[in-house]
Write a protein that binds this ligand. Structure first.
Ligand SMILES: Nc1nc2c(ncn2[C@@H]2O[C@H](COP(=O)(O)OP(=O)(O)OP(=O)(O)O)[C@@H](O)[C@H]2O)c(=O)[nH]1
Ligand SMILES: [Mg+2]
Length: 361
């Protein structure tokens, strides 16, 4: 799963990328950074920590989300051809909006106003899609002359449908919020659209706003109406500094801060949520591990995430829900109480299922 980080120059994209992925990419380029940064964030999951402790696992592995910090183009355009090419590879967009005041970091528009900036970028997203559809329509129109009569009729219908979708975009409806009918689905099937991707917003707040995190997040959710959208307030600079510390030092510093759970871990969980992902868990002395599946995945396919052989030779899944297991305290007790179930091919894996797959190849 991959999330592309976008935002206006100097909004703190790379700072937040570094915090999310414990990275060390260069910050402060004032919109001159031209390289893409790619890094992995671990999805915080208390259940994994607790199970790893109970099983005395030698290794503990969290689910992962990949973040891609996209450079702002030389022209200052967020969605030029190169950026669009990179964004075609991601599953969601994380928009960083600057809310921190800092005289030494100039803002493109002269003032700090995250409402204005969020509005601008979400508008640019729609605008990029309108332009994409425009080019697609032109290409179809250009090809009309060379088409056979039947194909030509279909092509003309496609153009009409694409124009309708375009009009909706012009009225401010993102593709992610639009229920497509069959003809629309068909007409758009070969065209990537940016506004189809789930959108996350990281409000990059200054340290002096940490105590207002809750209020700011409420304002933010008011701004972000629509499906597959979510936001969190993060103090990028502070978080990027904290991840440079040892885990003990970091925990100590955090407990001294007013903010409670870090915006960072809320953001990573949110990323998981808007992408429609769930985790199932495997446990043992060797390793306790969280695995990622699309919510609603059936047991054999979930097994395939671990290894294709387990999917191919799937026999059944032995499973117990995390909460039930913790209440029982051991696998033996979970078996006694009938909480440790045998499930077949049709079983839909749920978030927090502890699973042991039986298979033969
Ligand atoms: N005071 C303060 N400064 C910050 C904060 N977050 C980022 N900065 C600073 O703002 C500057 C820009 O941050 P970057 O993370 O490089 O921003 P960017 O969006 O990646 O910038 P470009 O890639 O150049 O567009 C750096 O000097 C950061 O140290 C913050 O929360 N507070
Ligand atoms: Mg940057």
């Amino acid at each position: 799963m991959k999330i592309g980080i976008i935002g206006l120059p100097s909004s703190g994209k790379t700072t937040i990328f570094n915090a999310l992925t414990r990275g060390k990419a260069n910050t402060g380029g004032f919109g001159t950074s031209r390289s893409t940064n790619v890094g992995v964030a671990h999805v915080p999951d208390e259940r994994v920590n607790i199970l790893s402790g109970m099983f005395k696992s030698r290794k503990t592995t969290f689910a992962e989300v990949i973040y891609v910090d996209l450079p702002v183009s030389a022209s200052g355009e967020l969605f030029d051809g190169e950026a669009m090419g990179q964004l075609q590879q991601v599953d969601a967009i994380l928009l960083v909006a600057r809310a921190f005041e800092d005289g030494s970091v100039p803002h493109l528009s002269g003032t700090v106003d995250y409402r204005r900036d969020i509005e601008k970028v979400t508008f640019d997203i729609l605008f990029a899609d309108i332009a994409l559809l425009e080019r697609r329509i032109e290409r179809i129109n250009d090809s009309l002359k060379t088409l056979k009569v039947a194909d030509r009729e279909n092509a003309i219908k496609s153009v009409e449908t694409l124009k309708r979708i375009q009009a909706d975009l012009e009225n401010g409806t993102a593709m992610r919020d639009k229920a497509l009918d069959a003809s629309e689905k068909k007409a758009i099937s070969n065209t990537f659209t940016l506004s189809r991707l789930p959108l996350l917003v990281a409000l990059n707040i200054g340290e002096d706003d940490l105590a207002n995190t809750k209020e700011l997040e409420q304002v933010l959710s008011g701004l972000l109406a629509g499906k597959s959208i979510g936001g969190a307030a993060i103090c990028g600079k502070l978080e990027a500094e904290l991840v440079g510390l040892s885990p003990e030092e970091e925990a100590e510093m955090r407990s001294g801060l007013a903010a409670g759970e870090s915006g960072l871990s809320r953001m990573i969980k949110l990323s998981y949520g808007v992408l429609g992902l769930s985790s199932f868990l495997t446990v043992g002395e060797d390793e306790t591990r969280a695995w990622t599946v699309n919510t609603g995945t059936a047991a054999p396919k979930a097994a395939g995430v671990i290894h294709s052989d387990i999917e191919r030779g799937f026999i059944r899944a032995e499973t117990v829900a995390y909460d039930d297991f913790v209440q029982c305290g051991s696998m033996a007790e979970a078996r006694n109480r009938g909480q440790f179930r045998q499930e077949g091919r049709d079983y839909v894996v749920k978030d927090g299922d502890i699973i042991n797959f039986l298979f033969s190849v």
